[in-house]
Write a protein of this length. Structure first.
Length: 144
């Protein structure tokens, strides 16, 4: 039987910046950090790569986990920081919040960019999409 979603993983070119963003803006805490150097045959097989090198951090908050990885080798291809949310693949992850407007204002004041202002998409259901420093889209949602 498949259990609940364990974590969401994000590849980043700057793990320190990504960690700072998610800890300061969303209240995550670093649960553990580490990585591996070249010559790790298990990780190479996992990633379908040769000589993989990476730093990693698992962040946690309220039962959620967010895994961040910075690959030194092989270098990942950057995604466009303004990639349309309608592109195929994982296009966003969502945080349930009590007050979308308040969180939007707080994050906007901190310099976070958003796709739109908070919108009421159905009676009592309000959401907005924002972007982390790498262009990954997150959703703030209330009312469900």
């Amino acid at each position: 039987m498949i259990g609940p979603l364990h974590h969401v993983g994000l590849s980043t070119p700057d793990i320190e910046r990504a960690t700072q963003f998610y800890t300061s803006m969303f209240g995550f805490q670093v649960l553990n950090s580490g990585g591996w150097g070249a010559g790790n045959a298990v990780r190479d097989r996992q990633l379908h790569a040769t000589g993989s090198i990476a730093k990693s951090a698992m962040l946690g908050r309220d039962g959620m986990r967010l895994e961040l990885r910075e690959y030194a080798h092989p270098a990942g291809r950057p995604q466009a920081v303004d990639a349309p949310v309608v592109d195929h693949g994982i296009n966003h992850f969502c945080f349930a919040v009590d007050d979308v407007q308040a969180e939007y204002a707080r994050l906007l004041a901190a310099g976070v960019t958003f796709e739109c202002e908070p919108l009421e998409v159905s009676p009592g259901v309000v959401l907005t999409y924002g972007r982390d420093p790498d262009g990954n889209v997150f959703e703030l949602l209330s009312g469900l």
